[in-house]
Design a binder for this molecule. Structure first.
Ligand SMILES: [Zn+2]
Length: 306
């Protein structure tokens, strides 16, 4: 009987040991674009949860109680930064009470840290926010430039290697593979957009500034007078003659926006409304980071071709 107990005890220890050794890392990403990049690097060694839905405005995410449970179990939290998640994520992180994902630990990563930020307001961040600007530290939609995907993926890889050193060769190999595939695609996308260099576009929100910057499109205005401030009749009345004068061909808008304003402006100016997802998974079947850009660039090129 005593021997039987001993065997059971050692079996129990063995189960604990194997489950620790083979347990997947739990990575929580604030948004699905960050989740898609973490998946490229972590593959089957990590379990990824993206909190925001790909069809949601990342500034205004519907925070669910289950998010706290996910954050509580996380080995790593990846957020975009630049105040993108300020309205919904900080309280969830406090509620999760997880030492592994606190600021200053390897398990807490802000993707914006290594990005060249566009559109930094010329007023202090607090003042910009008071004025209703949801981009008070500059534009947080940097993953709409595929090149920045490479920067963020590299930094995610570095963090995963720190947290889980035993698998660092695996993570580095996945990063190399991803960078090679992305580089090939980057030159393919550049070629596709080359004939439209300097084409003038209007966007709903300043979501597409980095995309435009990378591919030499010229954003001459937005339907929102300021990021986060809804379109007003006065602003639209100023924008319409400017769009006609500049010969704007497309109005780029996100899948989750209201359609009335862009359609009205399109009818007045002859521009086309192009509705695209802003995250992988925003359209069914377009789930990974590269497929997402393939889809969006195809939509934009088709519209510009007219
Ligand atoms: Zn924004």
């Amino acid at each position: 009987m005593k021997l039987k107990h001993q065997i059971c005890f050692y079996l129990f220890l063995l189960i604990c040991w194997t489950s620790t050794v083979h347990a997947k890392l739990h990575v929580v990403a604030s948004t699905p674009d960050l989740g898609a990049l973490a998946r490229e690097i972590g593959k089957d060694k990590v379990e990824i949860t993206s909190l925001a839905k790909p069809t949601e405005d990342p500034h205004f995410v519907d925070a669910k109680p289950g998010f706290i449970v996910k954050l509580n179990k996380a080995d790593m939290l990846i957020e975009g930064g630049l105040h993108l998640e300020i309205g919904w994520l900080p309280n969830l992180v406090i509620g999760a009470r997880n030492q592994k994902i606190l600021a200053g630990t390897p398990g807490y990563f802000i993707a914006a840290a290594n990005i060249q930020v566009l559109e930094i307001p010329d007023v202090m961040p607090d003042r910009a926010r008071e004025m209703g600007d949801v981009h008070p530290l500059g534009n947080p939609h940097f993953l709409l430039d595929p090149f920045n995907g490479k920067v963020v993926a590299t930094n995610i890889c570095n963090r995963l290697c720190k947290i889980d050193a035993a698998n660092s060769a695996y993570y580095k190999n996945n990063l190399n593979d991803f960078v090679q595939r992305l580089d090939r695609k980057l030159s393919e996308w550049q070629k596709k957009l080359e004939p439209f260099k300097g084409a003038k576009i209007v966007t709903y929100h300043k979501t597409f500034s980095y995309l435009a910057h990378r591919f030499n499109l010229h954003v001459i205005g937005s339907l929102e007078p300021k990021p986060g401030i809804p379109p007003s009749p006065a602003h639209i009345n100023n924008l319409i003659p400017m769009m006609k004068y500049e010969g704007v061909k497309i109005i780029l808008t996100e899948t989750f926006r209201e359609r009335k304003t862009p359609e009205f402006v399109a009818a007045q100016t002859g521009a086309k409304v192009v509705i695209v997802p802003i995250m992988p998974g925003g359209v069914k079947g377009v789930e990974d980071f590269i497929a997402f850009f393939d889809y969006n660039i195809h939509q934009i090129v088709s519209a510009l071709r007219g």
